[in-house]
Structure formats: structure tokens, C-alpha cells
Design a protein around this ligand. Structure first.
Ligand code: ATP
Length: 359
């Protein structure tokens, strides 16, 4: 990654169509003029003042950049370039074009356990690499497991590093983050964390992938949180009739409340469901199939929830913007000034930064 030449984003990249957007970001396809290579430019709006909700805290954005700069792995989305100005950051990222893994699985007629475990090998490989660097993702869920390309041998790319952190002794999160359905009990309880928090999420993702059922999902968020903290789950025959015993053992070793007793990423890569040791284990796994009817239903519901969250966060942002414009002249609500939109910053003012000079 060459971050040491002065330049501006539009001089170096031709900005093209929008690929998607997040709460504080817009992602656009871009073409690097010098190499003719396509990337994804993620424009992150940085908040002006502490307390403003119209933008991401600079420290949080820098944390994501810091983490991405440390990671170089075939199954982790790469940061290629970086541009920074006072109110915006542009992360030029490896272009990931195959969509979400779960969407691609839902389009299949059938999926065998060995095919599912091939996906898990790639995910575990990326996690074992991150964990060896003492970096935890903290937000593993189906939405961030993407595919490099559609229609060729699936090549997984882990994305969504907004919550990733370098783990130091006694790392605790200030507030709960991630989706309750997928996060570990120690994350919910704001206890000291280690990289194995990610392994709980791998357990939930595997359970869902094999059965189309979410192990801890309740009717409400607080019910889900309660289910996760109790850590009780079961394999109902109706949903797991075609699941191998060895796959269930893999999940059982991940969905363990005590993080110290939970399987690590390195251990998971050696589990017989991932790497069968005997012909019996291999046969046991090879004859088992994913419950596709359930899985497709789960995926439809998941997409509905995703759209609902997107609409809800757009509505919140709109409400906040309107509120701030309407009360602009109200002295009592001066505090909202930091939420007002800043005059647009032309991308030309975004300067490419050295690795250590963006904060
Ligand atoms: P939020 O920040 O609200 O949690 P998010 O994490 O999905 O949302 P972004 O990382 O900004 O936000 O991504 C927004 C969308 O842009 C993604 O859902 C995806 O469709 C697209 N996208 C992000 N990164 C890439 C990439 N490297 N290649 C292709 N598309 C991308």
C-alpha cells in the first residue's frame, strides 16, 4: 500500500457508480487511473464535534483504518489507499463483487456439509490470522461475509471492520456492540474480552448455515439477549435431521459460555468437521446436507430485517437533520449546531495520507 505520495482522490481515481451506503458512509466503485484497477471508495463522514450524530467519530474511523492497515490476508478485504480531510475520510478498498455468502447459498439447489465446511475453512483461516495478531472482529454476522466474485469458486472476503479492535489485557467495550443474535455472552455482559469472542459468532453462523434456524433468536431483542447470556440451545430433529454428529460437535465447542473453554480459531481449523481424520468421519460428514428450505426462509427474513434497519436509520438521520434545521435559530438548542450539515467538501481537498498521519 503506497500512502506516501501527495495527491487527491479524484486526480488518482475516477469515481463511478454507488455500490451501497452505511449509516455514515457511501461506497462508490472507482477506477485507479494509473493501474486501470477497480476499487471501492468508502466515503466516511466525520462528525464535527463530540455529541453530534451526523457523522462518525474520528477516533472510531481511525481505529477501522488502523486495523485494516495491519491486515493482509486473501480472505480479508484489503485497504489499498487512504485520503483524509477534516470532515471526511475516503478508504479505497479492494472491490468485493460477489455479494453476501448467504445470498449466494440461498440461490443454490442444495448444499452439502463438505461445501459448507469449505466456507468455514476460509472464514477460520482469516480469523486465525487476525487472532494471531491479537485483533478481534467483534461484529461477525452473515452480512459481512462476502464473496470476491459471483459464479466462480467461492472466495470469501471478511468485511465490516468498524468494530474490530486490537486486544490488550483486560479489553472491555464501553458499550455493547454488534447484533445480539451473533455476539458472545461476554460482549453482552461487557466483561473483559479476548479474540475468542469471535468464535461464538462462528458457532452461531455455522448453526444457521446448517439449519436455517437462529439458535438464540427471541421474539424481542431482550429475549434474544437473555437467550445468549443463558447460552442454552438445542438441535430440534425437524431442523437437524440431515446434520452430521460431527458438525454438531463443532458447534457445541464454539457455543460455550466460558470463553476460556471455547474452541479457538486455530483449534477449529483442526476439528474433524473441518479436517476429517478418519474415513468414517469424512463419510459421516459427506452424506449430510444443509436444510435448504429453512435456510431460504431464514435468508428472506434476514433481508427484510436488513431493509427495515436501513430504512429506520435513514429515518432517524432525516429526523435529526430536520430537527436541527428547524431549531437553527433557537438559542436553547445551540448544542445542535454540531449536527448541522457542513458545506460540502470537494473531494479534491482530500489529501492522501501517510500511515501515521491521519488522526
Ligand atoms: P453501517 O456502517 O451502517 O453498519 P455498512 O457497514 O454496511 O453499514 P459500509 O461499510 O459503508 O457500511 O458499506 C455499505 C455498503 O457498500 C455495503 O453494504 C456493500 O453493499 C457496499 N460495500 C462496502 N464495501 C465494499 C467493497 N469493498 N466492495 C464492494 N461493495 C462494498
Amino acid at each position: 500500500m503506497a500512502l506516501d505520495h501527495a495527491g487527491n482522490v479524484e486526480e488518482l481515481y475516477e469515481l463511478q457508480d454507488e455500490l451501497g451506503s452505511g449509516q455514515f458512509s457511501t461506497v462508490r466503485r472507482c477506477l485507479e487511473r494509473s493501474s486501470g484497477t477497480y476499487f471501492a471508495a468508502k466515503f466516511i463522514k466525520i462528525r464535527r464535534k463530540k455529541g453530534s450524530r451526523l457523522g462518525l467519530d474520528r477516533k472510531v474511523a481511525c481505529q477501522e483504518v488502523d486495523i485494516l492497515q495491519q491486515l493482509r490476508h486473501p480472505h480479508i478485504m484489503k485497504l489499498h489507499d487512504l485520503f483524509v480531510c477534516q470532515l471526511q475520510m475516503v478508504l479505497v478498498l479492494e472491490l468485493v463483487q460477489g455479494g453476501e455468502l448467504f445470498d449466494s447459498v440461498a440461490e443454490k439447489e442444495s448444499l452439502s456439509e463438505p461445501q459448507a465446511s469449505d466456507f468455514l475453512i476460509q472464514i477460520l483461516d482469516a480469523l486465525a490470522y487476525m487472532h494471531s495478531l491479537n485483533i478481534a472482529h467483534f461484529d461477525l454476522k452473515p452480512e459481512i461475509i462476502m464473496l470476491q466474485q459471483k459464479d466462480i469458486k467461492p472466495n470469501i472476503k471478511i468485511t465490516g471492520f468498524e468494530m474490530a479492535q486490537s486486544i490488550e489485557k483486560n479489553t472491555c467495550l464501553q458499550k455493547r456492540c454488534g447484533v445480539p443474535e451473533y455476539i458472545a455472552p461476554e460482549v453482552i455482559k461487557l466483561e473483559p474480552l479476548s479474540v475468542v469472542a469471535d468464535m461464538w459468532s462462528v458457532g452461531v453462523i455455522t448453526y444457521v448455515l446448517l439449519s436455517g434456524i437462529s439458535p438464540f433468536q427471541g421474539e424481542t431483542e431482550s429475549e434474544t439477549i437473555n437467550n445468549v447470556t443463558k447460552g442454552i440451545f438445542k438441535y430440534e430433529d425437524t431442523h437437524f435431521s440431515s446434520t452430521s454428529a460431527i458438525a454438531k460437535d463443532f458447534i457445541n465447542q464454539l457455543l460455550v459460555i466460558n470463553p476460556k473453554e471455547r474452541m479457538t480459531s486455530a483449534q477449529a481449523l483442526l476439528h474433524p468437521w473441518i479436517k476429517p481424520l478418519t474415513i468414517k468421519q469424512e463419510r459421516n460428514r459427506d452424506s449430510c446436507l444443509i436444510n435448504m428450505d429453512n435456510f431460504r426462509r431464514f435468508n428472506v427474513e434476514r433481508k427484510k430485517k436488513q431493509s427495515y434497519h436501513m430504512i429506520a436509520s435513514c429515518n432517524n438521520l432525516c429526523k435529526m437533520s430536520l430537527f436541527c434545521v428547524h431549531t437553527k435559530e433557537n438559542e436553547d438548542l445551540r448544542a445542535c449546531e454540531s449536527d448541522q450539515e457542513d458545506s460540502p467538501v470537494p473531494p479534491a481537498s482530500l489529501l492522501r495520507r501517510r500511515r501515521s498521519s491521519y488522526s
